[in-house]
Every structure is written in structure tokens, then in C-alpha cells.
Design a protein around this ligand. Structure first.
Ligand SMILES: Cc1cc2nc3c(=O)[nH]c(=O)nc-3n(C[C@H](O)[C@H](O)[C@H](O)COP(=O)(O)O)c2cc1C
Length: 136
């Protein structure tokens, strides 16, 4: 069943660009194999990730994500069935969140900072969709 999982986490220690690119490379390789699509947003203090695909495959991926020591404090913002994907062209798109996105954070949350663990699933999804055009 086609589903979407949205979660936030915090890097366990400071991650440089190379380490983030390594995470993305693995994600893109595995997600292509598993027909998973989505978007990862990162601002050095937090990750926000949206993953879409088969419910069973998302559950297996989440189990792997929880064991991944590069991040911790995983918080599920939302998980449920969907009719269609939002990010079907992205094996895993990436957008760097930064202070220049202040207005976007205010649009979707109570804070002018990137604090995804405080957001509802729908607000987090709307934020990620707003960031998607600038994603790589
Ligand atoms: C923030 C973050 C996001 C990740 N996203 C994905 C992902 O979308 N897909 C994926 O397969 N692995 C992702 N990973 C990596 C997994 O936690 C895990 O290391 C990987 O699935 C293991 O794959 P391997 O057995 O091929 O090495 C992510 C890791 C982190 C820290």
C-alpha cells in the first residue's frame, strides 16, 4: 500500500558536507532499488525527511534509520496511506535549510527557525514542498 512517512531527527555529531553526501548516495541507491521516493532537508541542527513508497518497505527503512548512529532523537511526525506521491521524480532530493528561509519557517510553524520536531505532518510536508524547487 502506497504510504508516506515523515520524521525529524538530530545529527548525533556535527556532519560535514561529505558525510551528508554519503548519506544521500546510499539513500538514492537503495531507494531506487526499493521504489522509494522523497526529500531530505538538513540545516546542521536537524533533519526532516519525507519518504514515500510501499508501507512494508518504509517500515523496514525506518527500522534501519532508527539504528543509524549518525542521527538520533527520531520523531515520527506522520505515517499513513496516500493516493499519490509528492516526490515521484526524486529517489531522495536534498535541500539545505538556512536562515534565508526564515519566512518559510514562519509560514509553516510558530518559529522562525528550522524546528521540524515541533511541526505537524501536514505543515512539514508543505515546508518540504516549498523547498523542493531548490532541491538537488
Ligand atoms: C538522515 C538520514 C537519512 C537517510 N535516508 C535514507 C534513505 O532514504 N534510504 C536509505 O536506504 N537509507 C537512508 N539512510 C541510511 C540508512 O540509515 C542506512 O544506513 C542504510 O539504509 C543502510 O543501507 P546499506 O545496508 O545499503 O548500507 C539515511 C540515513 C540518515 C542518517
Amino acid at each position: 500500500m502506497l504510504s508516506r512517512l515523515i520524521y525529524s531527527s538530530e545529527p548525533a555529531q556535527a556532519l560535514d558536507d561529505q558525510q551528508v553526501m554519503a548519506i544521500l548516495a546510499t539513500a538514492r541507491r537503495n531507494n531506487e532499488r526499493d521504489d522509494i521516493t522523497g526529500m531530505l532537508v538538513f540545516d546542521s541542527t536537524a533533519f526532516l525527511q519525507v519518504i514515500e513508497g510501499d508501507r512494508e518497505k518504509l517500515s523496514k527503512l525506518y527500522a534501519a534509520l532508527v539504528l543509524d548512529t549518525r542521527h538520533h532523537k527520531l520523531t515520527i511526525l506522520g505515517m499513513g496511506p496516500i493516493d499519490e506521491r509528492e516526490f515521484s521524480s526524486w529517489q531522495m532530493g536534498f535541500a539545505a535549510a538556512h536562515t534565508g528561509h526564515r519566512a518559510l519557517f514562519l509560514k509553516h510553524s510558530t518559529s522562525s527557525r528550522f524546528e521540524p520536531h515541533r511541526m505537524t505532518a501536514s505543515a512539514a510536508l508543505a515546508l518540504v514542498k516549498d523547498l523542493a524547487p531548490a532541491a538537488s
